[in-house]
Write a protein that binds this ligand. Sequence first.
Ligand SMILES: [Zn+2]
Length: 255
Amino acid sequence: MGLIVDVFPARSDNFGYLVHDTASGRTAAIDAPEAAAIENALLHRGWTLTDIFITHHHIDHVEAIPALKAEYDVRVVGPRGEADKIEGLDELVAGGETVTLGETVFDVFDAPGHTLGHIVFHDKAGKHLFTADALFSLGVGRMFEGMPGPMWEGVKALRELPDDTLVYCGHEYTASNAKFALSIDPDNKALQQRAAEVDALRQGGKATIPFLLGEDKAANPFLRADDPILARHYGLEGADPADVFAAIRKGKDNF
Ligand SMILES: [Zn+2]
């Protein structure tokens, strides 16, 4: 018994995710990027959609909600902080609360910054973390709505999760994230190793997702904003890690 995760491409560069609780047979889509891609994945697995868990309000994560609701008897759970921006939510959650899918319990974390109400879902028992655009392999989402301080606190909380947690994010941005990370942290062995692995995977036409949180803790500059090496790179020795995080985010925006 446990959770099966199905990963598939959706839209031009989103990942779609289905999670299936084997005990109950319930199946949730994590976000709703594209109805056809989700329907195909369901068909391929022989699963029926029962739930949709939404991370944030961006169109490439919610667009398929109406089509899927019309087709399936689904419960749609989404971020309380973005309830007014997302149509079709049935239940609202925020950090510190839980969502269940059959016997699987997901802890909800607030991860503001990319959008203000962005939430992520953590299956503690199965060690799966669904981060959408809050945390990428070797990066984080663009800070469209939030401020560096809360965004740093959000990813720092995710950093507390076990190293063997598998992370499933919203987009395949790892190769470009690796280029930027190497430009500011060139001597980081864990980063060099991950960048080489990412090159090989992409050359083989393979996804770099999911990734191990423990490896990302050592290689992702946004998870290392409190490391003196990165503070030094920006001439911010002794500064608040939130300021270093802001400098890294700005550096990536202009890279
Ligand atoms: Zn987004």
